[in-house]
Design a protein around this ligand. Structure first.
Ligand code: B12
Ligand code: SF4
Length: 508
């Protein structure tokens, strides 16, 4: 095989709408795993990384020199970087193949394919290698997993979905060689989550089967990243890190002698096994990002959260009492959540002693039911697409039924004030107050963007609401149909919703 020249690009955030949360990461791990695996499978290839999160730009690289360009993006990254995508399209060689993967390519392959020859709609390591091998050998791509592309007849083809077993894959530290000082190094120890929350897109990407790396492999990977970057704080991107207790014990044991700190994602029930929480804490697990979502039982039920709402507050307080800092996204935008409900939830976050609540808007992609037969609660016409704030949850991206989008955005902003006021009354320990202060500063950095978004929404929503703030749904739907009806008809030709095997696998 010829010696390949491959560029991997992580698209970044819009400067007016940065990710200002305390959890903002300095790189997303997905593309690094794909790049590392590609490098491992094609040892002669030259694999480079363009990380827009660090200010690198595609035009810093010799775009005409590459045989393959691999691009990773969330929705907000995609719509914030149309210029960069146009540039790549213009400057690359005509025989260079562009492959796009990550959440946006997975849920909106029809948009990714405007700039890419292929879109990968789930895990990407094995499909990337399969695809490059097929193309290099001149073979058909029909056998490649998780692939979407435009066929010769103009239709979009969505291929079979594959879920993989345990992955022995590690980030190649060389790809982090130009990293600035990182405040988190992002890594993955396991993939998949056995739950099935209604709004969750994560399980569609990584599946519901929980699979782990060996603790020994994880240690090797983290030590190498630490050696390369000097960063000893790790953001564990696993969907639900505490799914298997014995795995957590193993990880705790493995990192006992290291001076690493971790933040991991879990569910609130983790508080029920304080012995395990403290065992992990002794190895550096002092912070968790929990899918709390709400304190309101009707909201939790609507999301199929499968938690006991009456236990929620007590569990959260138990974390606080044991000096574990809790981050959580709190979701607004359901019909039952009026202004008083939003304010009550914001106040409750302080009472429950969540340290870093992130108030967000419910977000969904259009056409998920049509394309993949996937559950979709927000109808196509109520989703605000194709803007830099698309699926950037701090920014309202839907037309709620009983409240104007701009009012919901104002509710999100005001929630922070309500939360901080009460939290500073409750939290007396200096360490926790210092954390709250630094969190409030990071929220302040996002305020200008939210104010700007309120102005955008006020303009957008004008024709669609009655004086009392009810959505004129027929009008909205008619406008959506005239704008996107043709696209929907075209997508219907690629629909997988009646393919029982696909739907079953996609949900697993
Ligand atoms: C952990 C997580 C976070 C963490 C850390 C994120 C990080 N890595 O930096 C925190 C809490 C900080 C976070 C924040 C945000 N997140 Co987040 N997050 C996740 C979560 C749960 C896991 C991400 C992850 O790293 N998984 C592990 C890696 C290995 O998987 P992966 O990234 O999906 O990559 C695989 C495939 O997608 C594919 N792939 C990826 N890139 C490429 C490229 C090519 C070329 C190919 C072929 C394949 C490929 O192959 C990879 C390996 O198999 C995902 C859901 C998910 N993916 O399952 C949401 C998710 C990615 N987040 C989401 C969002 C919106 C955000 C925020 C923008 C939220 C906000 N502030 O509004 C921020 C953005 C922060 C950022 N740095 O990008 C959305 C994205 C929606 C969208 N389509 O745009 C997701 C999908 C959540 C959801 N709706 O279910 N997030
Ligand atoms: S627990 Fe988290 S990762 Fe698992 S299905 Fe629910 S939201 Fe998704």
């Amino acid at each position: 095989m010829r010696k390949l020249n491959i560029l991997c690009v992580q698209l970044g955030f819009h400067e007016a709408y940065p990710d200002a949360s305390t959890l903002a990461t300095t790189y997303n791990d997905g593309i690094y795993y794909v790049a590392s695996f590609v490098q491992q499978e094609f040892p002669d290839a030259r694999v480079e990384m363009c990380q827009m999160f660090w200010g690198e730009k595609p035009d810093d690289f010799p775009l005409a020199a590459y045989d393959y360009i691999l691009i990773s993006a969330l929705a907000t990254h995609f719509w914030s970087n149309i210029e960069a995508l146009e540039l790549i399209k213009r400057e690359k060689r005509s025989d260079c193949v562009v492959i796009m993967g990550g959440p946006h390519a997975a849920f909106a392959p029809y948009e990714a394919l405007r700039y890419a020859d292929y879109a990968v709609i789930a895990e990407g390591e094995i499909p990337s290698v399969q695809l490059i091998r097929a193309l290099e050998a001149g073979d058909p791509v029909t056998g490649v997993d998780n692939l979407a592309y435009i066929a010769a007849d103009g239709r979009m083809v969505v291929g079979q979905v594959a879920r993989y077993g345990n992955i022995a894959n590690a980030i190649n530290p060389r790809l982090l060689a130009r990293a600035p000082k990182l405040h988190w190094a992002t890594v993955s120890m396991s993939r998949g989550c056995p739950f099935d929350c209604s709004f969750c897109y994560a399980i569609r990407l990584l599946g519901r089967k929980f699979r782990t790396k060996t603790a020994e492999d994880v240690r090797g990977e983290l030590d190498a990243i630490y050696e390369q970057t000097g960063c000893n704080r790790f953001y564990v991107t696993d969907l639900n890190f505490t799914t298997r207790k014995n795995y957590c014990r193993e990880i705790a044991q493995t990192f006992r002698d290291r001076n690493y700190k971790f933040i991991a994602m879990s569910r609130v029930n983790h508080a029920d096994d304080m012995d395990l929480v403290l065992d992990l804490k002794r190895s550096g697990f002092e912070e968790y990002c929990l899918g709390v979502e709400s304190e309101d039982p009707s909201v939790l039920k609507a999301f199929n959260k499968r938690v006991d709402p009456s236990e929620q507050t007590r569990r959260l307080i138990r974390f606080a009492e044991n000096d574990i800092a809790i981050h959580s996204a709190i979701i607004f935008g359901l019909d039952v959540q009026d202004r008083p409900a939003i304010e009550a939830t914001a106040q409750w976050c302080a009472e429950a002693r969540i340290m870093h609540p992130v108030f967000v808007c419910l977000a969904e992609y259009p056409f998920q039911d049509l394309l993949y037969g996937a559950r979709q609660d927000v109808e196509d016409h109520r989703i605000i697409m194709e803007v830099p704030t698309y699926q950037h949850y701090s920014f309202v991206g839907i037309f709620p039924r009983r409240m104007r989008p701009s009012e919901l955005q104002r509710g999100i902003l005001d929630s922070y004030d309500i939360f901080f006021k009460r939290a500073f009354e409750i939290e007396q320990r200096p360490q926790r107050r210092a954390r709250l202060k630094s969190y409030s500063r990071s929220v302040d950095r996002g305020r200008a963007g939210m104010e700007q978004h309120i102005r955008f929404l006020e303009d957008l929503e004008k024709p669609y609401y009655t004086a009392s703030g009810e959505l004129k749904e027929d009008r909205l739907k008619a406008d959506f149909d005239s704008r996107h009806g043709e696209l929907r008809d075209w997508l219907a030709k690629s629909s997988k919703r009646t393919d029982v095997e696909f739907v079953k696998r996609y949900a697993r």
